[in-house]
Structure formats: structure tokens, C-alpha cells
Design a protein around this ligand. Structure first.
Ligand SMILES: [Zn+2]
Length: 279
């Protein structure tokens, strides 16, 4: 296959953000359990993030995905009552609003993130862009059917879309680790097995992106983050260091990370990703 040479005037860097709910980064990084995570950090950058309290998924993801503080997005818990998300567009929507040739994809199994029939959703539905082929929504229900299944389906479909259309800006979300953390705690074989499964998903995502870089000459950011950690006994929501501990790990296939900041706040991720799109 001959490599296509992208037009530098029209091609901007592409971004895939992977959200791993409830990841205890201290139990994942450098343990040999998640070599793709370690490779992203080793070849790229790593920021520690300290999440706002309450360390719950609704407020946490709303902050990371819209670039807003808890006070700004108004998401106080996982019920989303009285939220202001209609005034706080997510980073996929903002990338599209900035340039209406932008293609986006979200793939997630936690319904409030993505399902228009549920609370939220944090990621705007943008039905017109779905109909025009500019926005792809892959929604599953891990709350009802289990995250081991939902995450695997999310990964399969996301990898298929990444390899096929290669959308400009994507968010792909996994919740298996958080689910096992709640039931068994993070220091258990069940949590470790969830990390193994997520590593399998991550490695396929990274491989799909690397192949596009090699075969099409595209410039890609692969970015990983989490919304909170877990207490040693399992559970989160409070203000302990392990619950508030998050991170951003990023690597770039085909470009420099010199502009990446040394310190990052949770609400700073979305503006940073939008800046990365500018080249
Ligand atoms: Zn969460």
C-alpha cells in the first residue's frame, strides 16, 4: 500500500481521548499490568490531576469533558438534577463548532455520558451532525448489562470506526475497573482482571491509531485519563488523596508534545485538547 501524504494546510492533528473510570493510577502505572498505559507515558507526557470533591463520576467527567468546574457545570452527583450542561458544550461539540468539517465519535457504556434518554448526556447528542455523518454515537448500557460486556462492545466498535473513518476527535470510555472496584475493592484479583481487560482494549486502540499514522501519515494524539480513584476498601466520592487522584497521560504519533503544560487542572483538559487541534 502506498502512503497517502496529508495536505499540511488542511490536516489538523486528530485526538482520541480514552476515559478509564475509577482507575487507581498507582495500581496501574509501572506495575507491568498495563503496558499500553506505560508506553503512552514513556513516549509522551504525564500530568497528575487533583479532582474536585465530590469525587463522583457525574461531576468528574462533566469537568474533564467540558472544561468546567463543578460550580460551572452544576453537576453535583450522578443524578444530574439541575445541571447546566446545555451551557457547557463538550470538547467534541466545541471542536465541531470551531470547524464544521470536523468529524467526532463518542463510544461509552455509562448512559449519562452519551445516551439522550438518560440523565445528561454530558456529550451533546448533535443529531444533525449524526445525520450528516459528522458525529458518531456508540452507546451501551453497562449499568444494566454489565461493563465487562459493554466495554468490550465499546472497544470493538470504537476500533472499527478509528480504523475505518478515523474521526478527528473521539472520546472512548471504559467502566469495568470502577465497577469491580465498587464491588470487590481495588486490591483484588477482580480489579486486576478488569485492568487486564482494559489494557486489551487500549492496546487495540493504540494499534489502530499507529497504523493510521504509518499508512496515512496522520498526526494523532492518544490521551488517557480517569475521573477519580478508589478507597482501599472500594468506593469514592470523598476528599481523600486516593479518591481525588487522577492523571492525564498523552502521546503523539507524528508530532511534538513540546507545547504540553507541566501542570494541568481537571478543567484545563478540554481547552488543552482544543488547542492541540490547532496544530
Ligand atoms: Zn467514576
Amino acid at each position: 500500500m502506498s502512503a497517502k501524504i496529508p495536505n499540511p494546510k488542511t490536516s489538523r492533528p486528530k485526538i482520541a481521548l480514552v476515559g478509564i473510570d475509577g482507575l487507581r493510577i498507582d495500581l496501574a502505572r509501572g506495575t507491568g499490568r498495563m503496558p499500553t498505559l506505560d508506553a503512552v507515558i514513556g513516549q509522551g507526557v504525564f500530568n497528575e490531576l487533583v479532582m474536585e470533591v465530590p469525587t463522583l463520576s457525574g461531576p468528574g467527567w462533566s469537568t474533564l469533558l467540558t472544561g468546567s468546574t463543578h460550580a460551572e457545570h452544576g453537576v453535583r452527583d450522578n443524578k444530574f438534577v439541575g445541571h447546566a450542561l446545555l451551557h457547557r458544550p463538550d470538547f467534541l461539540s466545541r471542536a465541531y463548532f470551531a470547524d464544521q468539517s470536523t468529524t467526532t465519535m463518542v463510544a461509552a457504556g455509562w448512559p449519562p455520558l452519551v445516551d439522550p434518554a438518560d440523565a445528561g448526556p454530558v456529550i451533546w447528542e448533535r443529531r444533525e451532525q449524526q445525520r450528516s455523518g459528522h458525529h458518531r454515537v456508540i452507546a451501551r448500557d453497562g449499568e444494566t448489562y454489565g461493563y465487562q460486556i459493554a466495554d468490550a462492545q465499546v472497544a470493538d466498535h470504537a476500533v472499527d470506526v478509528l480504523a475505518g473513518k478515523g474521526p478527528d476527535v473521539s472520546f472512548i470510555y471504559f467502566c469495568d475497573a470502577d465497577d469491580e472496584g465498587h464491588v470487590y475493592g481495588p486490591h483484588t484479583p477482580q480489579y486486576a482482571a478488569a485492568l487486564d481487560r482494559i489494557e486489551g482494549h487500549l492496546s487495540r486502540i493504540a494499534a489502530a491509531i499507529r497504523r493510521r499514522m504509518e499508512e496515512l501519515g496522520e498526526d494523532w494524539y492518544l490521551v488517557l485519563t480517569t475521573d477519580h480513584g478508589h478507597l482501599d476498601a472500594g468506593g469514592h466520592g470523598g476528599d481523600s488523596a486516593v479518591e481525588r487522584a487522577s492523571f492525564v497521560a498523552a502521546t503523539r504519533f507524528g508530532g511534538s508534545l513540546e507545547h504540553w503544560p507541566e501542570a494541568l487542572a481537571p478543567a484545563g483538559l478540554t481547552p488543552l485538547l482544543l488547542e492541540c487541534r490547532q496544530g
